[in-house]
Design a binder for this molecule. Structure first.
Ligand code: THU
Length: 130
C-alpha cells in the first residue's frame, strides 16, 4: 500500500467528530482515477444517526466524480486493525470488486490486509436488481 493512502486515513482521523464514543476512525480510498478520498467518523447527539469514516470517504469519492474503489485503508486510534462495520462493508462492496484490498492499520502503518470479499462473502449485489 502507498504511504500516501495510510497518511490520508491517519490525517482524516484527526478530523473526526466523535465526542460521544471518543473512538476516532479514519478511512482513505484510492479511486480508479488514482485520486485519494478520505473521511472520518461523524457522530451526532442522536447516536444512531452518526456515520462511519468509510461512509464519509465514499461520499467524498462520489462527489469528486469517482466511481470505483481500488484500495482502502482504515485506522482507529484506540484499536489495532479496526475492521469496517457491517453497513460499511456493504457500502464499500457497492463500489469495489471482491478482490479489492482493505488495509487495516495502527498508528505506524498496515497491520493486516484483507479483501472486500473476505469482509463480505455472499454479498447482496446490484445484479440482483437487474
Ligand atoms: N466506526 C467507524 O467509523 N468505522 C469503523 O470501521 C468502525 C466504527 C465508528 C462509528 C462510531 O463513530 C465509532 O466508530 C464507535 O463505534
Amino acid at each position: 500500500m502507498s504511504h500516501e493512502l495510510f497518511e490520508a486515513a491517519r490525517d482524516a482521523m484527526a478530523r473526526c467528530h466523535a465526542p460521544y464514543s471518543k473512538f476516532p476512525v479514519g478511512a482513505a480510498i484510492r479511486g480508479d482515477d488514482g485520486r485519494i478520498h478520505a473521511g472520518a467518523n461523524i457522530e451526532i447527539a442522536s447516536y444512531p444517526e452518526g456515520w462511519c469514516a468509510e461512509t464519509t470517504a465514499i461520499g467524498h469519492m462520489i462527489m469528486a466524480g469517482g466511481s470505483r474503489i481500488l484500495e482502502v485503508a482504515v485506522i482507529a486510534e484506540k484499536m489495532v486493525a479496526c475492521t469496517p462495520c457491517g453497513g460499511c462493508r456493504q457500502r464499500l462492496a457497492e463500489f469495489a470488486d471482491a478482490d479489492v484490498k482493505v488495509h487495516l492499520c495502527d498508528m505506524q502503518g498496515v497491520v493486516k490486509t484483507v479483501t472486500i470479499g473476505e469482509l463480505l462473502p455472499y454479498a447482496f449485489e446490484s445484479a440482483a436488481l437487474k
